[in-house]
Design a binder for this molecule. Sequence first.
Ligand code: 13P
Length: 256
Amino acid sequence: MKMRKPIIAGNWKMPKNRDEALQFIYNVNMNVPSREYVETAVCAQAPILRDLVKRQGDHLRIGAQNMHQKTEGAFTGEVSAAVLKNIGVTYVIIGHSERREHFYETDELVNQKLHQAFRHGLTPILCVGEPLEVREEGTTEEYVKKQVQKALKGLGDEQVRDLIVAYEPIWAIGTGKTASSEQAEETIAMIRKTLSTLYDGGVADAVRILYGGSVKTHNIEELLQEENIDGALVGGASLKTKDFLAMCETAQKLKA
Ligand code: 13P
């Protein structure tokens, strides 16, 4: 049995207005596994986070999908880590490939955001993953390793121990093309090895590393059975109550 506590996190992206999101929370609250065994979360749009936190119940937690890297200043339209913390948000996704691609987030920016999230007591979910060309070229390892090294620059043991990493190959996101469990395990084991070269042994063993990219109810079990895969960051399939709960149950079953 794995020692690390599994995490099933939904990344809702833009879908779900306030009413739909509250209905989802209401439907899943009584049935999500105990936090003692599995951490569960949904990451929603910023304007509805407070309402979701208020109704999150005993076990489910709420995450943001992004935040700004600075503590304060004239940054019209941005959301600060301090406010996310203040309204009771637990997790924040940092460096999702959609932010890297459409909003030009660099590894340096991702690094600043990680520092900022820790400064404010948020648990970051750092996303890394290669585009299709890189996978086809056979340079996934170098590509992802560099993303991890740059993202973690200057972070200490205690911070990284609490970090969650999500390996999300870009070619598997929203495409229905999941990485095979062997491909996912291979890259995730490499990420853990990279962590062990940067931090004390115990840190690499403690960090939870998730897989993301077309995770569905029918493929999650195989992925979670891999030694280094500690959970999933789920897009489309996390929007349906039934599917989200089924994936949480699979994580709990494998943990038991
Ligand atoms: P899908 O599960 O819809 O492929 O999305 C994955 C993702 O981007 C999670 O962050």
